[in-house]
Design a protein around this ligand. Structure first.
Ligand code: UDX
Ligand code: ADP
Length: 459
């Protein structure tokens, strides 16, 4: 079959894989090829054991794979064939040199740009999908235009707003699709091509076109605003614990104001995930590099509050367990950075586990999807950690349960049975406020919710 256009995506990760699967499913007349340097990942995409856990994804992949969706490691051939190239490689925070811990590490992006130049023999549209600092498109354009073949590449920014765990739904029914381009004739034409792809299933009024820098910056700002809401409510949870107010009641009361809205107001042990912290750090770095110290400090505080919240959770555990956890078994319920994903990047679970191990607690970690990642995250740390798929095994002989991730599975446990198997006095620290605290208290637990009065049997 002859396809209308060849689309390539470089980088088969959390963003590239699902996005391309949905494009292929929705546009059978486009050929979609996804390439990656990681052969193991590609092999997984070609199997029924996909490399990432996302509800509904396997169905979408199966619909298109073999028809107009392929996964391969042949990057050069992929580039040669492509009319449009989405770049979706990782852009982690730099761990070295200038801007370490703040700026994005652009080495993968840059390498990709050189590869595109090396293997292209005609003009192509390059679509930035990876979250990138503002004005990266400009830098990339320079690399791409500096080719001796006289080829012109138009760079378009199409930041991804999907959230993990709901990736397929977010892609099928996005609040908006954002496409930024140069405001030249060629730039607008390139943007129109990309609009044409999404317009197959996204209503026109949800496709926003902007200039390049606005698109790049909007992505950082959207994530910064979402993270800011979480830090705001988390800061209030600390105050609630001191005053006897209930943070859930406050979230409800405040979120009922339609100007504020109810979402992203759940107090937690802190936000994780690959985007929020990285994007805010990026924003902070950019603001600082333009001499805007007040702007940088303002956003930096969102991260500071998130670190404070994670630490507060650990300090509560230690304080309430009589100021020592040495030799005590603590079961961590969950390790993923949120429910419905196996991803543990920046998960507060990592911080909590590390701190408790430093305090010489014994850990048992249970998570329906994230145990392999948890093992990798904690590899090399001194101390004893049991990874237990079965939460009852994790709780057996433990003195405390600490809820890290809001998996529904944890709400459905038989807590009478759990209590019976634990050492006494038994504690629950609910870092997500998902359990029935009164009932747990009645069973005999000493219960420490987040931002609510504790329920204890101590005199
Ligand atoms: C986020 C953005 O939502 C998405 O638009 C962007 O493309 C990528 O970053 P993601 O990181 O997948 O998506 O997860 P999200 O659902 O936003 O949750 C981020 C973190 O915030 C999680 O750790 C979650 O548990 C936490 N969170 C979320 C809270 O602590 N409280 C809330 O009320 C909501
Ligand atoms: P994201 O969450 O942004 O999708 P991931 O880390 O999940 O990030 O995925 C990025 C993918 O990009 C990884 O699978 C990585 O192997 C791949 N990658 C990085 N550099 C290159 C490159 N030069 N060519 C092809 N793939 C690359």
């Amino acid at each position: 079959m002859k396809f209308k256009k060849n689309i390539l995506c470089i980088g088969a990760g959390y963003v590239g894989g699902p996005t391309m699967a949905v494009i292929a499913a929705k546009c059978p007349d486009l050929k979609v090829n996804v390439v990656d340097v990681n052969a193991e990942r590609i092999q997984a995409w070609n199997s029924d054991r996909l490399p990432i856990f996302e509800p509904g994804l396997l169905d979408v992949v199966r619909e298109a794979r073999g028809r107009n969706l392929s996964f391969s490691t042949d990057i050069a051939a992929g580039i040669r064939e492509a009319d449009i190239i989405f770049v979706s490689v990782n852009t982690p925070t730099k761990t070295f040199g200038h801007g370490a811990g703040m700026a994005s590490d652009l080495q993968y992006w840059e390498k990709t740009a050189y590869e595109i130049v090396a293997h292209s023999d005609r003009a192509k549209i390059i679509v930035e999908k990876s979250t990138l600092p503002v004005r990266t498109a400009e830098a990339m354009e320079r690399i791409l235009q500096e080719n001796k073949k006289g080829l012109r590449f138009e760079v378009v920014s199409n930041p991804e707003f999907l959230a993990e765990g709901t990736a397929v739904k977010d892609l099928l029914e996005p609040d908006r699709v954002l496409i930024g381009s140069r405001q030249t004739e060629e730039g607008r034409k390139a943007a129109e091509e990309i609009v044409g792809i999404f317009a197959r299933w996204v209503p026109g009024d949800r496709i926003i076109t902007t200039n390049l820098w606005s698109a790049e910056l909007s992505k950082l700002v959207a994530n910064a605003f979402l993270a800011q809401r979480i830090s705001s409510i988390n800061s209030i949870s600390a105050l609630c614990e001191k005053t006897g107010a209930d943070v859930s009641e406050i979230s409800y009361a405040v979120g009922s104001d339609r100007r504020i809205g109810p979402r992203f107001l759940s107090a937690s042990i802190g936000f994780g995930g690959s985007c929020f912290k990285k994007d805010i750090l990026n924003l902070v770095y950019i603001a600082r590099s333009y001499g805007l110290a007040e702007v940088a400090d303002y956003w930096q505080a969102v991260i500071r509050m998130n670190e404070y919240q994670q630490d507060r959770f650990v300090q509560t555990i230690i304080r309430e367990m009589f100021h020592t956890v040495v030799g005590k078994k603590i079961a961590l319920l969950g390790f993923a950075f949120k429910a419905d994903t196996g991803d543990t990047r920046e998960s507060p679970g990592i911080y909590v586990a590390r701190k408790l191990l430093e305090e010489r607690a014994i850990l048992a970690i249970s998570d329906p999807q994230a145990l392999d990642n948890a093992r990798r995250d904690l590899a090399g740390l001194a101390g004893e950690v049991d990874y237990a798929a079965d939460p009852y095994r994790a709780a057996d002989g433990a003195q405390a349960l600490a809820v890290i991730t809001e998996w529904r599975d944890f709400q459905a446990l038989d807590y009478e049975k759990v209590f019976a198997s634990m050492r006494k006095p038994a504690f629950v620290f609910d870092g997500r406020n998902i359990l029935d605290h009164r009932r747990l208290f009645e069973i005999g637990f000493n219960v420490y919710p987040l931002g609510k009065p504790s329920l204890t049997h101590f005199a």
